[in-house]
Design a protein around this ligand. Structure first.
Ligand code: CMP
Length: 140
């Protein structure tokens, strides 16, 4: 399987509860390498642009409010089939539907405060990584 990169966000509900290390342990246990990571507090404009694809969805305003409510940790993960591997480790968007042992089943509070984001396809991973990181910051 090909080495691939994906983009991850540890969301405000998780940073608030000091869960960055525990989430990173699940990421690393799944064989993914954290090749870039920084803690930031997104501006409203950054969050609106990042989630632009959801602009017409009824939950967009609340999603943006939530994503700017506290610090987040943005990351680039590398590994075999990293996009699918990370989506499996994250679990379903709604923690009620997530499988046992997944990040969202273990830590998420709700469909909105669902602890992590991960890219859904190679094209989005490329755009999302480039939105937050310069090439020189990725140390594989
Ligand atoms: P994420 O993978 O970050 O992408 C969009 C986010 O919108 C999603 O995770 C959820 O946290 C959030 N969201 C809030 N409400 C909903 C909803 N009703 N359906 C889907 N996503 C939602």
């Amino acid at each position: 399987m090909a080495l691939q990169r994906t983009f991850s966000i540890i969301k405000p509900d998780a940073t608030k509860r000091n869960l960055t290390g525990k989430i990173n342990a699940l990421i690393e246990d799944a064989g993914l390498r954290i090749i870039a990571q920084k803690r930031i507090h997104m501006t409203r404009a950054q969050a609106e642009t990042f989630y632009g694809v959801h602009r017409e969805r009824p939950f967009f305003g609340e999603l943006v409010d939530f994503m700017v409510s506290g610090p987040v940790v943005v990351q680039v993960l590398e590994g075999d089939d990293a996009i699918a591997t990370y989506r499996k480790v994250m679990g379903a968007t709604n923690p009620k539907d997530a499988e046992d042992g997944t990040i969202r089943k273990v830590f998420a509070e709700s469909i909105e405060a669902n602890s992590v984001h991960g890219s859904d396809a190679p094209e989005t991973a490329e755009v999302e990584i480039a939105y937050f990181f310069a090439g020189l910051e990725l140390v594989g």
